[in-house]
Design a protein around this ligand. Structure first.
Ligand SMILES: Cc1cc2nc3c(=O)[nH]c(=O)nc-3n(C[C@H](O)[C@H](O)[C@H](O)COP(=O)(O)O)c2cc1C
Length: 313
């Protein structure tokens, strides 16, 4: 499973120039990112502890995304910590429910970097100011990751920065965060992504020879595709011939975010969208949007597809 939980502590995202950009970019980039916007979930600050703990239990990577307020987290995020990180859940002799989960602190800070030093007007480094969060993570047995910090993120028209400036920095912040998340996910995810990329690159060429595909298909593989239901290697060959009859070689498959879930014992469930741009043999340009659902097995011998479904919207 790759479940990335992002807890947003901004008190009002409708007034945000940077956190809102970061959150939108995260959601667009990966469908396995779940964002919980505390301020909109709990406008009365009454946190649903059971729902929050359930979301944490599901997560592999936890991101606390917030604007730095008075050298700390905004009030709603502190409320969330006070209510959710309870004895027996996050700490205490049986409070090991967060053990081993990875925690990324991701924060936007108004003041410039130089101000956060012994010589600067903020006196302390951000690292020092984050000590309470660092120790919270330690007590809860969370795995502390390098915090992601962007400075100079305040926009007050005519006073501090320009909107375009802070938005551009927010985009860069989101990209760095996505890279950090990616690096924390199991190596299998990278292998599967590469396999999917290679698969569609091959399918783009629609070469006559079907043999390069066969080592990646389980003997009893099932295809449920718009052209029908096909089984086994022979079934794949029939379907592949139909595709070659429909489209000219040199088409393009564009894969949108890939959701990878581990089913255990090397089996994985994949869901993603694909846009196919192709030409028919009559020279007509076609664009097809499809949702795909695959199941595959990853072993030392590589990847084998067991189930492959395509539905066209
Ligand atoms: C109540 C409040 C407290 C703030 N405290 C700090 C602070 O202690 N240090 C700092 O550098 N910036 C501080 N700022 C600036 C915010 O960090 C900055 O505006 C925010 O990160 C921008 O995020 P947004 O565009 O998503 O609202 C504060 C802003 C507000 C509104």
């Amino acid at each position: 499973m790759s479940n990335i939980l992002v807890i947003s502590g901004h008190p009002d995202l409708s007034q945000s120039y940077t956190n809102t950009v970061i959150l939108n970019q995260l959601k667009q980039a990966r469908s396995d990112i779940h964002v919980r916007d505390l301020a909109s979930l709990y406008p009365d600050s009454k946190v649903d502890v059971a729902a929050e703990q359930a979301a944490l239990l599901e997560a592999e990577v936890i991101v606390l995304q917030f604007p730095f307020y008075w050298y700390s987290v905004p009030g709603i995020m502190k409320q969330w910590m006070d209510d959710v990180l309870t004895y027996g859940f996050a700490y205490g002799s049986t409070g090991d429910k967060l053990k081993g989960k990875k925690l990324i602190i991701s924060t936007t800070i108004g003041g410039p970097e130089a101000s956060y030093s012994a010589e600067g007007y903020n006196q302390y480094t951000v690292e020092q100011l984050l000590y309470p969060l660092h120790q919270t993570a330690k007590l809860a047995q969370l795995e502390w990751q390098a915090p992601l910090i962007s400075h100079g993120m305040i926009y007050i028209p005519g006073v501090y920065n320009s909107q375009a400036e802070v938005e551009a920095k927010a985009q860069q912040h989101a990209e760095r965060l996505l890279d950090q998340i990616e690096a924390l996910l199991p190596a299998e995810h990278g292998q599967i992504k590469q396999f999917v990329t290679d698969w569609f690159r091959k399918l783009d060429t629609l070469e006559q020879d079907v043999t390069p595909y066969l080592p990646h298909l389980a003997d009893n593989v099932v295809f449920e595709v718009p052209e029908g239901r096909f089984e086994g290697h022979d079934g794949f060959e029939v379907w592949y011939r139909q595709l070659r009859g429909l489209f000219q070689p040199g088409c393009q498959h564009q894969v949108e975010p890939l959701m990878i879930e581990s089913l255990g014992e090397g089996r994985f469930d994949l869901r993603f969208d694909v846009t196919l741009s192709a030409k028919s043999h009559h020279g007509e340009s076609l664009s097809v949007n499809a949702s795909e659902h695959w199941q595959l097995v990853l072993s030392q011998g590589g990847v084998k597809i067991q189930y492959y479904s395509v539905s066209v919207s």
